[in-house]
Design a protein around this ligand. Structure first.
Ligand code: NAP
Length: 247
């Protein structure tokens, strides 16, 4: 039995299945179930043929919570489903870790209020990859030296949020001028068939330019950050929006 019992909503999806694969191999973590509508009643080995143990797929989170409640829910679904899952977890003392993107500022404010009211930790993080964290930390160093900055993003058309949650969070963290006189960082978005997801921050100076770029070639890159969050989220009584809290 794992020290951290984890359920994965959207565990049959393109990202979710890589998260299930990663968490299942992680010491101390037990994936107790997956939530997804279309393969409900089946086993995750249908999606991940190499899987050596039975991970049941439930059609609804309520059913999973009734049968085998986890400590943590990881969610890679849609904003509507993830929002519902978030509040179901918070009310039951389960820590939600939401990778789903596409929330409004009002949604994020509601999540933060709920964490404070129930004194429970949750994470809503638009990019769980270590490389994206490295990009952001490097960008914050350069921002102290060159202040003309733009965020660029390239994604396939299947990316639903525009601009991406990652770009929005990067732009918010790199914004200058303070709360009374904020200077927004522009975001330039490209949607094109056949490309790999790429985030870039460019800084302009007098006669020079610095570019810091992050490219995703395999969704397995999101697993490590999710595992770190699973193991540490219970220590926080608030909403966490950045991966560095879990390092
Ligand atoms: N934070 C990060 O690091 C990160 C990285 C990659 C992607 N993402 C985000 O993760 C989300 C998922 O992306 P994806 O490309 O993996 O999507 P996807 O391939 O379409 O997978 C979505 C998954 O959610 C399930 N789902 C959808 N609606 C549901 C509902 N109402 N109840 C239960 N399950 C539901 C789907 O199964 P059924 O349709 O069978 O229900 C499927 O398993 C997006 O918001 C994306 O931007 C975040």
């Amino acid at each position: 039995m794992g020290q951290w019992r984890v359920a994965v909503a959207g565990g049959t999806g393109r990202t979710g299945r890589e998260i299930v694969r990663y968490l299942n191999a992680e010491e101390g973590i037990e994936v107790v179930g997956v939530v997804a509508r279309s393969l409900a009643g089946q086993s995750m080995s249908v999606v991940l043929p190499g899987l050596k143990r039975h991970i049941p797929i439930y059609g609804d989170l309520a059913e999973l919570l009734r049968i085998d409640p986890p400590h943590v829910l990881v969610d890679f679904t849609t904003p509507q489903a993830a929002k519902r899952h978030f509040f179901m977890c918070i009310e039951r003392g389960i820590n939600p870790i939401i990778g789903t993107t596409g929330f409004t500022d009002a949604d994020i404010a509601e999540f933060a209020e709920a964490c404070a009211a129930f004194k429970i930790g949750a994470a809503v993080i638009p990019n769980f990859s270590i490389g994206a964290l490295a990009l952001r930390l490097a960008a914050q160093v350069v921002a102290g030296m060159l202040d003309d900055v733009a965020v660029l993003e390239t994604y396939p058309h299947s990316k639903r949020d525009l601009p991406s949650g990652t770009s929005q969070r990067l732009a918010a963290l790199l914004a200058t001028g303070g709360p009374d006189n904020p200077k927004a960082v522009p975001i330039h978005s490209v949607r094109l068939d056949g490309v790999l997801p790429q985030q870039e921050v460019r800084f302009g100076g007098q006669g020079e330019m610095v570019a810091i770029s992050h490219l995703v070639s395999d969704r397995a890159c999101f697993g490590r950050g999710v595992a770190m969050a699973v193991k540490k989220i219970a220590k926080f009584p608030t909403l966490i929006q950045d991966l560095d809290f879990f390092i």
